[in-house]
Design a protein around this ligand. Sequence first.
Ligand SMILES: Nc1ncnc2c1ncn2[C@@H]1O[C@H](COP(=O)(O)OP(=O)(O)OP(=O)(O)O)[C@@H](O)[C@H]1O
Length: 243
Amino acid sequence: MLKLQNINWTLENGTQIIKDINLDIPDGKLIVITGPNGGGKTTLAKIIAGIEKPTSGKIFLDNTDISDYDITERAKAGISYALQQPVRFKGITVKNLLELASGKDLSIDELCELLGKVGLCTYDYIDREINSSLSGGEIKRIEIASVLARKTKLTIFDEPEAGIDLWSFTGLIKVFEELKSKHKGTQIIISHQERILEIADEIIVIADGLVRTSGQKDEIMPILLENEYGQHCPEGKEEVYSE
Ligand SMILES: Nc1ncnc2c1ncn2[C@@H]1O[C@H](COP(=O)(O)OP(=O)(O)OP(=O)(O)O)[C@@H](O)[C@H]1O
């Protein structure tokens, strides 16, 4: 289980972006974090992955305090993060990246399986360098494939839908559903997409640096659809909202 305890993140100018967030993320679930633009979702994901250090607060993975772990140590502890805007690696091919991610050489069949999941034809891509010649949607899909190759305990996908065409997006939803049913790990997906919210076990709504509401999908979906990002809280959740 991932536990976030009193996580705060404040800019040097004193602006507080993440405001005392407490969350318990259970194992083996698909958790979708949603909420308005600029609410703090990516910042929180970066804090979990070790890319940003919180101003205060603690993070535990399976009861181990990983607060002082850097990004590499967190990756070794089993946390993967697919960035909202992937980076390009000059001189590294798609095959190299997928093999680095999976920690072993991959056969053509294995490469086909991974790239097929994100809707890319292996023969067109394995030898392509991960540079600016790839389109935004292609690089996003390759990054998602590399995260799938890692099969870690906790995987965070930051807006996997961004830049992905409708047809590949449908395939991606199937990949998340398959991960949910076959892989024991936890998936956290940051998303604005109703189709991704629909496959969640639990939904967390973050706005203005706060957890506005959270709970089982069936409990949270009606609130999201009827109101603007959970601005009306269900009974018993008002104390979170009133901050
Ligand atoms: N390094 C930074 N310096 C200044 N402001 C920052 C920095 N990082 C994040 N912010 C601000 O913090 C707020 C939260 O940003 P974040 O990217 O976490 O939002 P988000 O909920 O992921 O938004 P979106 O849905 O648009 O992706 C935004 O107002 C953003 O401009």
